[in-house]
Design a binder for this molecule. Structure first.
Ligand code: UFG
Length: 329
């Protein structure tokens, strides 16, 4: 019985493959390598280059490797891109997830773990946000993920597909053992961008909006270390394997930091100033979002280890330096 990890060559997926192979699971990765890297896939896993929307390929993989669980990371993740290309996002994130789910149902896969997002909440009326709050996405990205959650909910009822959807808050940092990290060269995520700027790989970064209704005027986010996020996936998988109930869980620490606070943390960790200029707001950005973070602890038994912004930023910086050395070699 193996685990199929879609998007396993990508940033978060590659950390899942490491955790699963470390735990002794058989892992098959399905990735089209559009943003992922072959080298990021743990050697103990089998990498298949292909598309999650290709049902025949997926069904054959499930049969050939006796896949009992799917952990589904593959998808498009840049909020502003989803605003300019909504149909591309609905194709990659919703239509193709439907194909993957259909293949899973047809082949009798038992468990399905899905990378959802805090973006399903949109601009919450109050913080923190809880899983029981009404979703109200303000970007096509958030909507595309919410639609997949709804398909999972209905497929659970109709076909008995067990699922856990994990709503990620802002994922950052890298494997503490230095085996993987956020490697997309044109990444848009704040901590990566700030790390690249302080290391001189970018001349300057931009702070997207200082006129939000927040204490320092910049957006507030709940940053979670990628290894803690993966620990929640491992907990979700063992929960489902033990026959636990399907459901939806926030993955964050329940603490918010502003863009300026993150930039200061990068300055502390590097000992250098970050060259940041103030710019206008970015389309699709909610002012603040912080997780109600208890349910994942109570039901899945999640125990985070890296709940510390300075540690997260340091591990992101370490990974950028590793990439610099790698690219120079
Ligand atoms: N930001 C900047 N400058 C940059 C990059 C980001 O000021 O160069 C700001 C953004 O405007 C935002 C904050 O930093 O206020 C965080 O932005 P990110 O791009 O790092 O992350 P997002 O909050 O847009 O999105 C991320 C994930 C989504 C997830 C969401 C949940 O990409 O998948 O967090 O909060 F849904």
């Amino acid at each position: 019985m193996a685990v199929l990890v879609t998007g396993g060559a990508g940033y978060i997926g590659s950390h899942m493959v490491l955790a699963l192979t470390d735990a002794g699971d058989d892992v098959v990765v399905l990735d089209n390598l559009s943003t992922g890297f072959e080298w990021a896939v743990a050697p103990a896993a089998k990498l298949v280059r292909g598309d999650i929307g290709d049902e025949d390929t997926v069904r054959q993989l499930i049969k050939a490797h006796k896949i009992s669980s799917i952990v589904h990371f593959a998808g498009s993740i840049v909020v502003p891109d989803s605003v300019s290309d909504p149909l591309g996002y609905y194709l990659n994130n919703t239509v193709k997830s439907r194909a993957l789910m259909h293949a899973a149902v047809k082949e009798g896969v038992e468990n399905f773990i899905f990378s959802s997002t805090a973006a399903v909440y949109g601009n919450p009326r109050s913080l923190p946000v809880f899983e029981s709050d009404e979703p109200a996405p303000i970007s096509p990205y958030g909507t595309s993920k919410l639609m997949t959650e709804l398909m999972l909910r209905d497929s659970h009822v109709a076909y008995g597909l067990n699922y856990i959807a994990l709503r990620y808050f802002n994922v950052a940092g890298a494997d503490p053992k230095g085996r993987s990290g956020q490697s997309t060269p044109r990444a848009t995520h704040l901590i990566k961008v700030a790390a690249q700027t302080v290391l001189g790989q970018r001349q300057q970064m931009e702070v997207f909006g200082t006129d939000y209704d927040t204490p320092d005027g910049t957006c507030i986010r709940d940053y979670i270390h990628v290894s803690d996020l993966i620990a929640a996936h491992m907990d979700a998988l063992s929960h489902l394997r033990k026959g636990g109930q399907s459901g939806i869980f926030n993955c964050g620490y329940g603490k918010g930091y502003s863009v300026f606070e993150v930039i200061k943390a990068v300055e502390r960790a590097s000992g250098k100033p970050v060259n940041a200029k103030i710019g206008p707001r970015r389309a699709g950005d909610p002012a603040g979002i912080v997780a109600g973070a208890q349910k994942v602890r109570d039901i899945l038994g999640w125990q985070p280890k890296y709940d510390n912004l300075d540690f997260i930023v340091k591990s992101a910086l370490d990974w950028e330096r590793h990439l610099e050395r790698r690219n120079a070699a």
